[in-house]
Design a protein around this ligand. Structure first.
Ligand code: ZN
Ligand code: ZN
Length: 413
């Protein structure tokens, strides 16, 4: 029997070794909720153990965030401190890796005015654009791991007493992140190999289009020429492998920003800026959302779509079989890191430039020409379901089954 303490230590080691793959002499930026302090310290210890030259912690706290969102004047919310953006940029330019311990209350900002949330998202999105470039182009190694804060655990398991809910969420996180395996680092290496086979199959195929059909969804997505599927471990520009998300079950590429047509229906709630958007439908014409509705959170959805020009277009198309370990749990996590790995999804907003040949070197004009979307947003939303069929359309116009009834229609070598 492994104790909770031992599991935590394995988890911290996994985050440093397999997540960011921290190298001797490298610095680490660690984002951590105050509530996770004990675990964060274990991560710091592992980091120095791996030879870190420095660990810089950015502590976060939901309650403090809430109070600021509630009380600070609008001009404070509209201005992201320049010194903070510059500090973060300086560290990534110095080769720091980035690890985020993520666990936030999905309903945190429920009663905060949408304009205030939009102002903060816009200010930080703009101020951190260069910093985000380092991350989205894999110029640095980065990773995100989950942490079951009490408020999040209560949201996921509302019928359990808080302490039990947290314990149950820990169990799920450990299982899904393969921390319950005897050797999690090896288990991840095997898993990365499976995802590699899937992405290599799709990269060889170079489908021109993907056609999605499910209840409420009838959508055709053009893929740009020389698009690249990624999934599992990635490689940073200095050549070392890392795992951007833990867990991860997806293979993903970029849609053509001007080539999305039809309607898509969400199948899980989307937590955006501390608010939930549920049961929503988006209609696309030539890549742009021309119509939308939501049973809940329509105003939040409108704010998301109106952030900038690119927020109405897609930046990611991801395939996740319906029988993934996260999906099998049947739990809705209200947290994109987990929910995105239970379901096929799309993202509104910025595309990862690494999803197209030579992407990180393209100018803004070239990106637009090739169909690479840009935005300060990148928001995954779930649209996979047990009745989802996806066809790939080849260069000569043939339709080949990729997904049938929510899962792969292909067997990999
Ligand atoms: Zn994704
Ligand atoms: Zn995404």
């Amino acid at each position: 029997m492994t104790t909770h303490q031992e599991q935590l230590e394995k988890y911290a080691k996994l985050a440093i070794q397999t997540g960011v793959n921290l190298q001797e002499g490298q610095g680490l930026i660690l984002n951590a909720p105050v509530e996770s302090a004990e675990f964060a310290r274990m991560v710091v210890k592992e980091a120095y153990h791996a030879g870190a030259e420095n660990v810089h912690i950015e502590w976060g706290d939901d309650d403090v965030t809430y109070m600021k969102m509630k009380h600070a004047p609008m001009e404070v919310l509209e201005n992201f401190p320049k010194w903070r953006a510059e500090g973060l940029e300086e560290m990534v330019k110095d080769g720091y890796a980035l690890l985020t311990i993520y666990g936030t209350n999905p309903d945190l900002l429920k009663d905060i005015d949408g304009d205030r949330i939009a102002a903060v998202n816009k200010a930080s999105g703009e101020a951190l654009s260069e910093y985000r470039d380092y991350i989205m182009n894999d110029k640095v190694r980065w990773s995100i791991v989950g942490y079951p804060t009490l408020a999040w655990a209560e949201k996921v398991f509302p019928d359990l007493p808080t302490a039990e809910a947290q314990e149950k969420l820990w169990e799920e996180i450990f299982r899904i992140s393969r921390v319950d395996k005897a050797d999690p680092v090896q288990a991840w290496a095997d898993h990365n190999e499976t995802l590699r086979q899937a992405r290599e199959y799709l990269n060889k195929k170079q489908y021109k289009q993907l056609v999605y059909k499910a209840e409420g969804t009838d959508l055709t997505i053009d893929l740009p020429e020389r698009h690249i599927w990624h999934g599992g471990s990635a490689v940073s520009s200095d050549g070392a492998a890392f795992n951007p998300n833990m867990p991860t079950e997806e293979v993903f590429t970029m849609p053509h920003k001007y080539g999305v047509n039809g309607t898509v229906k969400s199948t899980k709630p989307l937590s955006y800026g501390g608010n939930l958007i549920e049961n929503f439908t988006l209609t696309f014409k030539d890549g742009k959302v021309t119509d939308f509705s939501a049973e809940q959170g329509e105003d939040t959805l409108k704010h998301l779509l109106d952030t900038d020009e690119g927020s109405r277009r897609l930046g990611e198309v991801a395939l996740v079989p319906h029988e993934s370990p996260i999906s099998k749990s049947g739990i809705i996590f209200f947290n994109t890191l987990f929910d995105e790995n239970a379901s096929c999804h799309l993202a509104l907003g910025k595309a990862y430039p690494t999803n197209i040949e030579n992407g990180p070197a393209l100018s803004e004009d070239e990106m637009d020409q090739k169909g690479v979307n840009d935005s300060i947003n990148h928001e995954d939303f779930m649209m996979g379901a047990s009745d989802l069929d996806i066809d790939g359309i080849t260069a000569d116009g043939n339709a080949e089954p990729i997904f049938r009834n929510g899962s792969w229609a292909i067997t990999f070598a």
